[in-house]
Structures are given as C-alpha cells and as structure tokens.
Write a protein that binds this ligand. Structure first.
Ligand code: TGC
Ligand code: FAD
Length: 390
C-alpha cells in the first residue's frame, strides 16, 4: 500500500506473471526505503552511496538474468526490465551502476569468458563483493569505438596494455574493469584488468551536472602487465562490446520509463494541490495537455518495452529494435522531465522534488550507450540498408 504510484493506463499488469510482479514490487519497495530518502543528498554532494550495494544485490540488481549457478538471479528479460524501471524511478545513476555491473561486466564474462573466469568473478559480482566497470569509450573515440587506440602486445608470458578510456561509470572505485583493446593485428578483445595492477589508475571525473550520484572516471593503462588468463577467449571484434551494449540498452529502455513515471506522478500530484487563480493548476487546459501527453507517451513506451522483452525472451530481438526502444524511451523521459519541471514552477528547480535531478541525469542517459542521433542512424541503416557511418 505504501509503494510508489505507478501509471498502468492500459492494464499492462495483466501481461505480467506473478513472478514479474513479485520481483518488481520487491525492487520498488527497496528503492522507496533505501534510495529515495538519501539520493538527493548524494547527488548534491556528487557521491555514489556505497551503502546501497548490498541491497542492490539483494533485489537482483546485479546480474538479474545471469544463471543462478554463477550467483545471478536467473530471471527472464521482463523481470530484468522491471528491476531497471524501479531502480531508475529512484535515480538514473543508481541504475547505471546496476546496468554496468550486470550487462557490461557480468554479461561479457558469462558470454565471452571461460569457466574459470566465470567461477572466479561472477559470484562476487552478483553479491556486490566486487564492483566492475566497462572501458570502451576513449577520449578520441566515443560514438566510433571501432577507432580505439588502446592496445596490448603479447610478451610471451603476459600481455602489455597501453592506452586510456574516458567517461567510465564506476571506474573510481571498481575492483575490476572489462577493457576493450586491440591486439597487434588490430583485432578488438576484452581483457579483465584488476585494481592494483601496476600502471593502472582510475582518476575521477569531477564537475558533472548530470548523473552526480554515479562515480565516473578514466582508466589509464601505462604498461600494465595483464596475465594471459585474463583475456576473454570466446568472442572478439567490435561485435563483442556491442553485444554487451544490446543488453544494457534494453535495460535503459525500461529504466527511462521509471524516471518518466516518477516525474509524471510528481507533477500530477502537484497539479491537484497547487492553487493559482483560485483553482488547482490541474484544472487548467494547458496543464492537462501536459499530463495527458505524458501518460500517453509513458503508455506507448511501456508497450514497446514489454513487446521487446517478449522478443528477447524468445531470442528474437534485433539490435536495431533495441536501439529504437532506447532512443524513443529516453527521449520520452527527458521531455516529460522538462515539462514536469515547468509544472512545478519555482519548486521544480529545487531538490525538494526529484524532477530536476531526473532531468539532468537523463542528459547523460540520452548520450551514453549510443547517443540519440547514433540510434536514429542505426534505425536508418536498418530500414535502408545503407550505413551513414561509412
Ligand atoms: P559496424 O561495422 O556496423 O559493426 C561492427 C561489427 O559489430 C557488429 N554489430 C553488433 N553486434 C552485436 N550487437 C550490436 N548492437 C551490433 N552492432 C553492430 C556488426 O555486425 C559487425 O560485426 P562483424 O562480424 O561484421 O565485424 O560498426 P561501425 O564501426 O560502423 O559502428 C556502428 C555503430 C556506430 C552503430 C557503433 O559503433 C555504435 O553503436 N556506436 C555507439 C557507441 C556506444 O554506444 N558506446 C557506448 C559505450 S558504453 C557506455 O556508454 C556505458 S554507459 C553505462 C551506464 O552508466 O549505464
Ligand atoms: P561524440 O562521439 O564525440 O559525439 C558528439 C556528437 O556528435 C553527438 O551528438 C553525436 O551524436 C554526434 N555524432 C557522432 N558521430 C556522428 C555521425 N556519424 N553522424 C551524426 N552525428 C554524429 N563509456 C564507456 O565505455 N563506459 C562507461 O561506463 C560509460 N559511462 C558513461 C557515463 C557518463 C555519465 C557519460 C556522459 C558517458 C559515459 N560513457 C561510457 C561514454 C558514452 O558512451 C559516450 O559519451 C557516448 O558514446 C558518446 O561519445 P562522445 O561523448 O565521445 O561523443
């Protein structure tokens, strides 16, 4: 009864199993209890609240769909999506930590690693004992990761890694990093780099106006000796990191709905309570237009992600379908955040309400994991057969 209000305009709950609802409600209750009360303070002081790591693990936020034999929650793609939705209702930065750990660190170790690597890392990542990060983006290669210059040489008994990654979520405190680098033939491989390896440093990126409750940093490799057993053996090429992005982008498509729901709920409630010109602002046509459009867009996004989740459960979702959902839903959420912020007038710019924090967070979400424009070009490529990138 004291859970968040959740818009369900088209009775989508009917499409969910009992397990889906249980998983979602557990995540929702935890976010309300452990995240919402503290997150504004951590965002203001630009710090990740490390005390929530254990709880994130308990709700299945680390490896929701990773098999239980490796410590994961063994859930399906809809449950995974619902967990992301609930976490991002709290804060996109907290969802980032969960996305990175699950889809960008655990997923490649599970899919591209060998059994020793899976057993060594996955249970500790699932429990939150280890936190991981994912190094793909470089200072000179963001949207075009295929141009990366980070590289490693085979030195016989180890690899020698050099280069730098930028904008890496969780980097400042991560225990391990899944790093994408080119070998001497220019082929991209994933390597597990551990904190403490000589020549490896992770300086924090400061002065962000967005995703302030998430720690972002660089990964610097200065002649780092990486043991040969730390190379992920089972996939190489740009398709390997992009395969991880498919899973993370799917989660973001759900997550953005959570942020949008929180903005909508807040604005709806405020519109009923705030009196101007002797009536609630919610009784004016202009504010009703905003609310009606918000709930319409949220409902469309819910249907899109639900269907995408079904396709993913069946192994039929394409990367281009995932791009469409990530792009649509994040854009939907950022528009709702901007409109909702206006509906609160001056109160909307304060930390008394979550809206401005969501709005600023979503500026990162619309940029990372492929920008809004890059996803549009992926759709363009899919429907025409011509790549605008070449
Ligand atoms: P292109 O020639 O199209 O493809 C190269 C190879 O990759 C394959 N491929 C995919 N495989 C799996 N999943 C996908 N989504 C894939 N997309 C492409 C493709 O089939 C090909 O394979 P092969 O075997 O033929 O070689 O590559 P391109 O260089 O033209 O680039 C395509 C483009 C622009 C779409 C791609 O580079 C891209 O997606 N760029 C955006 C970069 C990006 O999203 N970076 C994200 C960094 S991580 C991050 O932001 C984490 S934020 C975390 C958080 O806090 O939540
Ligand atoms: P650029 O690629 O330089 O793009 C600049 C602009 O040009 C964009 O608007 C883009 O859409 C546009 N553009 C680029 N190419 C084209 C084109 N061909 N046609 C038309 N327009 C184009 N990366 C990681 O690897 N791991 C992480 O954990 C991670 N976390 C992040 C956390 C935060 C808070 C942020 C902000 C970023 C994070 N990133 C991470 C990096 C993120 O993925 C990149 O910022 C993103 O891919 C864009 O790259 P860029 O910033 O270099 O922008």
């Amino acid at each position: 009864p004291d859970l968040f209000q959740a818009p369900d305009y088209y009775q989508l709950d009917d499409l969910l199993s009992d397990e889906h609802k249980l998983v979602r409600d557990a995540a929702r209750a935890w976010v309300k209890r452990e995240v919402s009360p503290i997150i504004e303070e951590y965002a203001q002081k630009a710090e990740f609240p490390k005390q929530i790591i254990k709880g994130l693990a308990d709700i299945g936020g680390f490896g929701p769909y990773i098999p239980v034999e490796y410590g994961g929650a063994g859930l399906d793609q809809i449950s995974y999506g619902l967990i992301m939705q609930e976490i991002e209702r709290g804060d996109s930065g907290v969802r980032s930590t969960s996305s990175v750990q699950s889809s960008l660190v655990m997923y490649p170790i599970w899919k591209y690693g060998n059994e020793e690597q899976r057993m060594k890392y996955l249970p500790k990542l699932a429990s939150g004992e280890f936190i991981g990060c994912f190094g793909l983006t470089e200072p000179d290669h963001g949207s075009n990761p295929g141009g990366m210059t980070t590289n490693y040489k085979d030195m016989g008994d180890h690899y020698l890694l050099n280069g730098a990654k930028m904008w890496i979520s969780n980097a400042p405190f991560a225990d391990i990093a899944v790093v994408w680098a080119k070998n001497e033939e220019g082929r991209i491989h994933g390597l597990i780099v551990e904190r403490g390896m000589e020549g490896f440093s992770t300086p924090e990126t400061h002065n962000k106006w967005s995703l302030r409750a998430s720690a972002t940093g660089e990964l610097i490799f200065d002649n780092v000796k990486v043991p040969k057993e730390n190379l992920l053996p089972n996939k190489s090429g740009l398709g390997a990191p992009l395969g991880c992005l498919d899973s993370a982008r799917y989660g973001i498509a759900w997550g953005a709905i959570g942020a949008a729901m929180d903005c909508y709920d807040t604005a709806l409630r405020y519109s009923k309570e705030r009196i101007q010109f002797d009536k609630p602002i919610g009784a004016t046509q202009l504010q009703q237009k905003k609310l009606a459009e918000m709930i319409t867009e949220i409902t469309k996004a819910q249907l899109l992600t639900w269907r995408l989740g079904v396709l993913r459960n069946e192994g039929r979702a394409t990367s281009a379908q995932i791009s469409m959902a990530k792009r649509n839903n994040v854009d939907m959420a950022i528009h709702i955040a901007r409109e909702a912020r206006q509906m609160l007038g001056g109160m909307g710019i304060t930390g008394e309400y979550s809206i401005m924090r969501h709005m600023m967070n979503l500026e990162s979400v619309i940029t990372y994991e492929g920008t809004h424009d890059i996803h549009l070009l992926i759709t363009g490529m899919d429907v025409t057969g011509f790549s605008a990138f070449k």
